[in-house]
Design a protein around this ligand. Structure first.
Ligand code: GDP
Ligand code: CA
Length: 319
């Protein structure tokens, strides 16, 4: 089976680990990763979502944290601090720095991000084909108003430094409108047997991928069923602050509202948690097949069970 998944960072990566557990060597998983979270720091190109997927599937992730490397040390960060060079709020450990150095060096030599990602994955062997959504520069910015007045900050500054404590007034994927899908992205979507939207952030992860011209159209035109899993359980994100960016696009933080936000033009099937079973009827009334199952990714077997339910729902909507 050819499976395509659109993925952000932690939610996407954890789901993919369950999906990979469930599938076998005869299956082909292509992951289209969000690069709207990318940031340039200390002269280096950092791709947090691609790296989270790569480290998680490659066995190098810091498990409890969900991002960054296991057994990390922080000497470079301390040395930068001693020079008074920031920002201090973004955690880059020594091991992680090596990834960004290799990436930046290859980009500087002229390789596109897709080729660089493939080279990094040669080491990590994630067991999926990991494609950035685009080789072009896209960076999500967030419009806020705080004591310094109205201003626009990089998504990472909003998320990591400000902890999304002020309201997001608008989410702007800068550069998206002129970006082109990376090589292989549209082809993988068109050739897919099933397309999955993991429980990733609907606005700044999956929404950004869909904002690259051509990708949303390719997903809705695809012959394959499209099935998503809700990142919202019981009216709140399981982890993180997705409610803040949903509010910026006028969407309530409920499993039902997120399904309707994607819409029946994009989604054929939607999984909600058993806590949200009362949302099933409304989602189905909107023309999207819906089931309620446990959606907490507590461990790999529980996550594999979620992936199994998603593939089963895809089969049901196909026939
Ligand atoms: P990020 O880029 O690291 O923020 O990760 P993603 O965009 O891939 O995923 C973030 C989303 O994952 C958040 O909105 C969480 O609510 C969701 N999430 C995290 N853990 C779980 C879980 O166990 N179950 C479900 N259903 N969603 C989860
Ligand atoms: Ca992210």
């Amino acid at each position: 089976m050819r499976i395509v998944a659109l993925a952000g960072g932690i939610g996407g990566a954890r789901f993919l680990r369950g999906l990979r557990e469930l599938t076998g060597p005869q299956d082909e998983i292509t992951v289209i990763g969000n690069t709207g979270d990318d940031i340039h720091l200390f002269g280096l190109k950092v791709c947090p979502d691609l790296d989270t997927v790569m480290y998680t599937l490659g066995g190098g992730i810091h498990e409890e944290q969900g991002w960054g490397r296991a057994d990390e040390t922080w000497s470079v960060k301390e040395e930068l601090k001693a020079y008074g060079v920031g920002p201090e709020w973004f955690g880059l450990g020594d091991r992680d720095f090596a990834t960004h150095i290799v990436r930046t060096q290859m980009l500087g030599a002229g390789y596109p991000l897709s080729a660089v990602t493939e080279a990094l994955c040669d080491r990590w062997q994630p067991g999926v084909r990991l494609l950035p959504m685009t080789d072009d520069r896209v960076e999500t910015h967030v419009k806020i108003t705080d004591e310094s007045g109205p201003r626009v900050v990089h998504f990472q500054e909003y998320w990591v430094k400000l902890h999304a404590a002020v309201a997001a007034e608008a989410i702007v994927p800068v550069g998206a409108e002129t970006a082109k899908p990376a090589p292989g992205v549209l082809e993988a979507i068109a050739a897919a047997d099933v397309i999955l939207l993991p429980p990733s952030n609907p606005v700044v992860s999956i929404g950004t991928i869909l904002a690259v011209p051509g990708i949303r159209q390719a997903v809705s035109d695809a012959a394959a069923p499209v099935v998503g899993l809700s990142p919202i359980i019981g009216g709140a994100p399981v982890r993180g602050m997705a409610d803040k960016v949903l509010a910026a696009v006028g969407v309530e933080a409920t499993a039902e509202a997120v399904a309707l936000h994607y819409g029946s033009g994009l989604l054929d099937g939607w999984l909600v948690d058993t806590a949200d079973a009362e949302a099933v009827a409304a989602v189905e009334a909107a023309g999207i097949s819906c089931r309620a199952i446990p959606l907490l990714m507590t461990d790999v077997p529980a996550t594999a069970e979620m992936a199994r339910a998603a593939l089963e729902l895809a089969e049901q909507v196909r026939s």
